[in-house]
Design a protein around this ligand. Structure first.
Ligand SMILES: [Cu+2]
Length: 240
C-alpha cells in the first residue's frame, strides 16, 4: 500500500474527494497461437546506405515480438476513466531514435504535451513525417546525419499515430497518445507496469498493432484497492 503525497491528496480531494490511496497495476500480456511470418524488406537490404548497417540477414517487419512462452512485447495497456494524474508537459521527454534505418522503439506511448525527442543516430539522412488521424500536428522534416534532435508533442489523444520516413519506405513507428499518465507498453517479457493508479474500479484495455488494433482492443476490468494489483491478458493471433 502506498500513500500518495500530501500535495496530490489535497489536489485529489479538491477535485472531488477521490481516494487517498493508489497502487501499481502490473501484468503480462501473452499471445495465443503462432504469429504469421514477418514480411521481408528487400528494398532495405538493397539500399546502398542502409543495407550494410542492417547486417547480413534479410530485414523483416517486427510486428510480433514473442517470448518462449508467448510473452508479447509492444502491447499498449491503458486504464480508462482515472481522474487526476500529472500533466504530460511535466513528464520527462521520451526518445524516438533512428538507428540502422529503423525507428527505435517502433511502438511507444506518450501523454498529450509530453515531448518526443526524435534522434538520428545514423550516418544517413532521414525524413521524419508524422501522419496523424486527428488534429495533431504534421511534422515533415529532413534530418541529416548529426543534425540536432527534432521535438514533437501531440495535443490530442490518438492510438498508433504513424511516424514514417519519406527517404526509406519501410521505416515506421507508431505512437499512442493519452491525456493522462495511466498507460504502459509491454517489454520483451510481455510485462507492463502502470504506476500510482488511484484506488477505484476501472476499465483496462490492451492494444497491439496486429493482434488488438485500435478498432478492436481487448477490454477487461481492474480494481485497485489498498495496494498493487496484477492483471494479465491473452491476445489471440487474428484469423486471416
Ligand atoms: Cu530514413
Amino acid at each position: 500500500m502506498k500513500k500518495v503525497s500530501l500535495f496530490t491528496a489535497i489536489t485529489l480531494l479538491a477535485a472531488g474527494g477521490v481516494s487517498l490511496y493508489a497502487g501499481d497495476v502490473t501484468g503480462t500480456v501473452k499471445l495465443n497461437g503462432t504469429p504469421p511470418k514477418e514480411a521481408e524488406i528487400p528494398q532495405a537490404k538493397q539500399n546502398p546506405d542502409c543495407g550494410k548497417m542492417m547486417g547480413d540477414a534479410m530485414p523483416t517487419t517486427h510486428h510480433y515480438i514473442v517470448g518462449k512462452n508467448g510473452e508479447l512485447a509492444n502491447c499498449v495497456v491503458v486504464i480508462k476513466g482515472v481522474s487526476g494524474g500529472a500533466k504530460g508537459d511535466a513528464a520527462p521527454p521520451v526518445v524516438l531514435d533512428q538507428k540502422k534505418c529503423t525507428y527505435v522503439p517502433q511502438i511507444m506511448a506518450v501523454q498529450t504535451g509530453q515531448k518526443i525527442m526524435v534522434k538520428n543516430s545514423d550516418p544517413v539522412m532521414h525524413n521524419v513525417h508524422t501522419v496523424p488521424m486527428t488534429a495533431n500536428a504534421t511534422m515533415n522534416t529532413a534530418q541529416g546525419p548529426g543534425a540536432p534532435d527534432l521535438t514533437y508533442s501531440a495535443t490530442k489523444p490518438e492510438n498508433f499515430m504513424k511516424f514514417q520516413c519519406d527517404v526509406h519506405n519501410w521505416m515506421f513507428a507508431w505512437v499512442s497518445v493519452f491525456d493522462h499518465p495511466y498507460f504502459a507498453v509491454t517489454d520483451e517479457n510481455g510485462k507492463y507496469t502502470i504506476k500510482n493508479v488511484p484506488d477505484g474500479s476501472y476499465e483496462i484495455q490492451v492494444f497491439h498493432r496486429k493482434a488488438a488494433p485500435a478498432s478492436a482492443p481487448k477490454t477487461d476490468k481492474v480494481e485497485v484497492k489498498g495496494g498493487s494489483v496484477t492483471k494479465d491478458f491473452t491476445l489471440d493471433v487474428p484469423a486471416k
